[in-house]
Write a protein that binds this ligand. Structure first.
Ligand SMILES: Cc1cc2nc3c(=O)[nH]c(=O)nc-3n(C[C@H](O)[C@H](O)[C@H](O)COP(=O)(O)OP(=O)(O)OC[C@H]3O[C@@H](n4cnc5c(N)ncnc54)[C@H](O)[C@@H]3O)c2cc1C
Length: 401
């Protein structure tokens, strides 16, 4: 089975960080990143193909993840790890370099779920919910998309919330909700029937009446992430669990703006993983009596992959610097999400090509990156939606409809 360390003898070790972007982190941050890499390579990499094939989540690695103490990365207070957006991005890239599903699981919990409560919760709600989430004792999900409403969630959410005294009654369905089949809580976004505005609700999955989750079967990407179809059938949620600072979809969009940059980082990492595996393979696989890495056409593919990865790294690096400087706008994150995922699709296809027939076998790793990139391409805003956000910003005209 091919691994990242397979390159033989004195040949250069495959390394997707050609411009040494990691040097933009300080020493303490680099130590954190090294710990994440060690964990991903020692605990996650050896078991991930088995879980991907089984379409199940590797619960066995969660204690090791908890020991890293990176829960709440990027947030301060409430027991969170803290740290810059830049470090958070690097961590997402590092996780995805080994497995995009694992990075997605962490991104949904740390970015979307904690982020929703951090940005939209009252002080009391933050104090109650975030510390156990930062310790990864309670895992979260984020329920926005619906079976019939994906790209159009901004104006089109059909899930309703009706207030009856101190109780809200929620009705509707949510599709694709990552972690929701097994996690502890889900932030559900629903339209308040009284004022027609979207509001967020924290729902405890295992104990809330009227809340049902079915696992989405037969996915060909990110099979380790357990995505659920949630049905809210007169689901009762107390006013105490409504995100108190959120008043409209604009507040939901704030969470997405923050996490969309993370998907661009993940896409970059996913490309690095595919490239490093493909290069290791090319250095050792022989045809016509020599390693295929000696062939000019194979070197062309490898150099183009590295160009894509390096361009994406430089882009997300600046994106996170802007986020840390408080300058990030929706359209900055959208451009990076669209650009990095398009480059990723190209990169994983070239990596697959380098492996020939073995490129479609899970045993050689690249097939997993190839398949997973399809989900990264579509979730958290498709290429088209992100392009329209950029188009509106640069032309001054909205072309959404
Ligand atoms: C693996 C995975 C995990 C996910 N996890 C979550 C999660 O945890 N929580 C959550 O809430 N959601 C999640 N999603 C949902 C995801 O965000 C949506 O799939 C995505 O927003 C696209 O919506 P859709 O699939 O309904 O596609 P649609 O909106 O139906 O779009 C179909 C196609 O039409 C195009 N299109 C739509 N409108 C326009 C337009 N105006 N102009 C041009 N083209 C347009 C789209 O770009 C796309 O190519 C996940 C999805 C996947 C695949």
């Amino acid at each position: 089975m091919a691994t990242l360390t397979q390159a033989a003898g004195t040949l250069p070790k495959p390394d997707g960080d050609f411009y040494q972007v990691v040097e933009c982190l300080n020493d303490a941050e680099r130590d954190t990143l090294k710990q994440v890499r060690a964990f991903m390579e020692a605990a996650v990499a050896p078991v991930i193909t088995k879980y991907w094939a089984e379409d199940s989540f590797p619960f066995e690695v969660l204690p090791g993840l908890r020991d890293l103490k990176i829960g709440g990365l990027g947030y301060s207070g409430y027991g969170c790890r803290g740290g810059s957006t830049l470090l958070t991005g690097f961590v997402m890239m590092e996780m995805a370099r080994v497995d995009a599903s694992f990075a997605t699981f962490f991104g949904v919990h740390n970015g979307l779920a904690i982020g929703s409560i951090y940005l939209g919760g009252s002080e009391e709600q933050r104090k109650k919910w975030i510390p156990p989430m930062a310790r990864l004792e309670k895992i979260g999900a984020f329920g926005l998309t619906e079976p019939l409403v994906g790209s159009g969630t901004g104006g089109g959410l059909t899930t309703t919330a009706k207030r009856e005294g101190d109780i809200w009654v929620l009705n509707g369905q949510k599709k694709w909700i990552g972690n929701s089949t097994w996690c502890d809580l889900t932030v559900i976004w629903a339209r308040d029937l009284a004022d027609n505005q979207v509001k967020g609700f924290i729902i405890e999955n295992k104990t809330t009446p009227g809340f049902k989750v079915e696992k989405i079967q037969n996915k060909i990407a990110l099979r380790i992430v357990q995505n659920g179809l949630i049905t809210l059938d007169n689901c009762h949620v107390s006013e105490e669990n409504r995100l108190q600072a959120d008043t409209s979809f604009g507040d939901t969009a704030k969470v997405l703006r923050m996490t969309r940059a993370g998907v661009a980082w993940m896409s970059t990492g996913c490309g690095m993983g595919a490239y490093e595996h493909a290069l290791a393979y090319a250095q050792t696989r022989e045809q016509f009596g020599k390693p295929i890495a000696k062939f000019q056409l194979v070197q062309d593919l490898l150099a183009k992959m590295l160009g894509n990865i390096t361009a994406s790294q430089c882009m997300v690096l600046r994106l996170s610097q802007m986020q840390d400087e408080g300058k990030l706008k929706d359209y900055h994150a959208s451009l990076a999400k669209a650009f990095c995922t398009v480059r990723l699709r190209e990169t994983v296809a070239w990596a697959r090509e380098v492996l020939g027939g073995n490129g479609i076998l899970l045993d050689y790793q690249v097939a997993r990156f190839f398949a997973d990139s399809e989900a990264l391409y579509s979730y958290e805003g498709t290429r088209e939606m992100n392009t329209l956000i950029v188009g509106k910003a640069i032309t001054g005209f909205s072309a959404f409809v």
